[in-house]
Ligand binder design. Sequence first.
Ligand SMILES: NC(=O)c1ccc[n+]([C@@H]2O[C@H](COP(=O)([O-])OP(=O)(O)OC[C@H]3O[C@@H](n4cnc5c(N)ncnc54)[C@H](OP(=O)(O)O)[C@@H]3O)[C@@H](O)[C@H]2O)c1
Length: 304
Amino acid sequence: MKRRSLLRSLAATAALPAWPLGALAAAPAFEPVATRLIPGTQQALPVIGLGTSGAFDVGGSEADRQPLAAVLDRLLQQAGSLVDTAPSSGSAESVLGALLAVGGLRPRCFLATKISAYVPETARAQWQNSLARLRSDRVDLLQVHSLVEWPSNLAYLRELQQQGKTRYIGVTHYRDEAHDDMVEVVRRQKLDFVQINYSVVSRSAERRLLPLCADRGVAVLINRTFEDGRLFAQIKGRPLPAWAGEIDCASWGQLMLKFVLGHGAVTAAIPATSKLKNLEDNLGAGRGRMPDARQRERIAALFA
Ligand SMILES: NC(=O)c1ccc[n+]([C@@H]2O[C@H](COP(=O)([O-])OP(=O)(O)OC[C@H]3O[C@@H](n4cnc5c(N)ncnc54)[C@H](OP(=O)(O)O)[C@@H]3O)[C@@H](O)[C@H]2O)c1
């Protein structure tokens, strides 16, 4: 690893309160991915996080949980990496909570979950259930899931933030059709984070949402970078273009992720995976050169 990138990574990691200070003395045995600051803070997030929807919804089967333990363990070698989950993602919260507890990984994880209550009374129960399933007494980021009843849920999130139960709050969605509503929420509310869909084939966020978030100092997480995996079917069998090496991409997945990370308003991407091999591939997109505007258009043209 280059000395400069090691120092940059250590400097960024030092801003994370969960990192045990003694460990900073030793160089990590892996190559860290780039980090970006959460706007308005000195806290840095690795640009590749992890989604758990689908991938972690495996119930109680030990055989199914084992590969996920390896995925988490690898991701969290870089302390402070973000893992995103939700109470509505089947057993994902419980599985994640159990694996974090068993591996002693909770202090290394920037843990994000969501609230999607349709009436205020159920929001409290949903939150308590999430904490129990996650085996934690707080999270790092709490989001209104898919803008469900966002005025009442966001008010509750602010309450929890004031109580120190979540460090950051935000709102999420996963469809282009919701971007106009997201724009209104970002304009009218003070938010720490938004989580939205953005990919080589879904670029609606570029029009107003991403510039607005940059303008308002809101951190941006990107979901559906692979369109729930469908983009891999689209390029199946096609050779990687030779110029991918110019931006240090060794796979199609890295091209798709670097397209997203190449947008200046993006803080981190959260591709979901249940496989160590794919996680390693995704982490690779957080290293090396990022595409400029012309190179991003070249990537997008491959999927047109
Ligand atoms: N409303 C919301 O708030 C909302 C909605 C949607 C998503 N999200 C969040 O965003 C996360 C990601 O979105 P998503 O799960 O819908 O889809 P995604 O990340 O676009 O795609 C995930 C799919 O890509 C595959 N994959 C991952 N890395 C790969 C690689 N390097 N090579 C080949 N295949 C790869 C995974 O399969 P394998 O498991 O086989 O690797 C999985 O099938 C979710 O888990 C969730 O945390 C939030």
